[in-house]
Design a protein around this ligand. Structure first.
Ligand code: OSB
Ligand code: MG
Length: 376
């Protein structure tokens, strides 16, 4: 950083990576076999910074998708940030992008990379910058829909044996109460939750009432992401806490959902809400309203995972996150792997910025394409 505390941006590089997953990840909306992601690398004077875009290959979880995110980053977002000249504060990224509607995951990746470069130059860690209060975070695990009940139980018992503090089951119509019953019978004491990824409607209220006796920690995104009012009705009919994921795209959405009584828990994903800084705003207003939050995941590589784990260090994050260890996803990550301790916690990186950096040889071996965008 120059003496006047301005971060000079020399170039911004987009890179698509593809990593094999240890096992396919299936949800109510489809299956992923490989992890493809866009990484953003900011080259600044004296430091580089890394961010990861959460957009998946197909627009199922959200309306963003990898090709769309690549195009909007290359043609609109990166040029708009570069055109503003040196960066006086990480918040400037969001301000320079405000006129572009939507594209939150793409914006989040770019902001993350600038924030990382900014913090590395300042010598400050991301968790510290955000106001993190712990150096290890509690981890849960999200289990995809498995080919058989036996395969699922075997997978889950493996996770519980390695220490995960909460197990999240993906459910879909026709594969819900019986799955929860089977897992609850096998693991009477393990904190369990379910995630429907919006696959149900309010006409399924009796199904959710039938889940109450299993003592789930929460039911995540039971209804369509646009059905906030229906979520409020459902929450008034069931004892189990409803957690919103897809419905919360900003701090403003979080406030609306809380006011409506549409949820009692919020899942924060920095990509979904448009950035790490907006994720912190969601955390702050939820904390003020007494709503517990936790940090979700999008099968991130070590770059995105580092940011998620830093957010998980915030004081209002009182439930285990989907911040699982690298080996739950990848035979080999692109950074040093994130490891699970026997107590189900994970270390928050403490170095400057996100605290991890892609390993050059690993990065090279999983890179699919690269483009550099220069100022002017
Ligand atoms: O709904 O939380 C979700 C993965 C991809 C897209 C959406 C979701 C998920 C997960 C896995 O549940 C979370 C993770 O382990 O990264
Ligand atoms: Mg979810």
């Amino acid at each position: 950083m120059s003496d006047d505390n301005l971060l000079d941006l020399r170039a911004i590089e987009l890179r698509e990576v593809a990593l094999p997953l240890v096992r396919p990840f299936r949800t109510s909306f489809g299956e992923e076999r490989d992890k493809r992601a866009i990484l953003v690398r900011v080259e600044a004077d004296g430091a580089e910074g890394w961010g990861e875009c959460a957009a998946s290959e197909e627009p199922r979880y959200s309306d963003e998708w990898l090709e769309g995110a690549w195009a909007v980053l290359e043609r609109m977002l990166v040029p708009a940030v570069l055109a503003g000249g040196p960066i006086a504060a990480p918040e400037a990224v969001g301000e320079r992008l405000r006129w572009i509607r939507g594209h939150r995951m793409a914006k989040a990746a770019l902001e993350a990379a600038v924030l990382d470069a900014w913090l590395r130059t300042a010598g400050v860690g991301l968790a510290q910058h955000l106001g993190g209060v712990r150096d290890r975070v509690a981890c849960g695990v999200s289990v995809g829909i498995a080919p058989s009940a036996e395969a699922m139980l075997e997978e889950i018992e493996g996770y519980v044996g390695s220490g995960y503090l909460r197990v999240k089951l993906k459910i879909e119509p026709g594969r819900d109460v019986e799955v929860v019953r089977a897992v609850r019978d096998a693991l009477p004491d393990t904190p369990l939750s379910v995630d429907a990824n919006g696959a149900y409607s309010l006409s399924d209220v009796s199904l959710f009432e039938a889940l109450d006796p299993f003592g789930l920690v929460m039911i995540e995104q039971p209804l369509d992401f646009e059905d906030l009012l229906d979520h409020a009705t459902l929450q008034s009919r069931v004892n189990t806490a409803i957690c919103l994921d897809e419905s919360i795209r900003s701090a403003r959405d979080a406030l609306t959902a809380i006011r409506l009584g549409a949820c009692r828990v919020i899942n924060i994903k920095p990509g979904r809400v448009g950035g790490i800084l907006e994720g912190k705003r969601v955390h702050d207003l939820a904390a003020a309203a007494g709503i517990p939050v936790w940090i979700g995941g999008m099968l991130e590589t070590g770059v995105g995972r580092a940011a998620n784990v830093a957010l998980a260090a915030l004081p209002g994050v009182t439930l285990p996150g989907d911040t699982s260890a690298s080996d739950r996803y990848f035979p080999e990550d692109i950074t040093e792997p994130f490891l699970l301790g026997a107590d189900g916690t994970m270390a928050v990186p403490s170095g400057p910025g996100i605290g991890v950096t892609p390993i050059p040889e690993r990065l090279a071996s999983c890179t699919v394409r690269v483009v550099a965008v220069l100022p002017g």
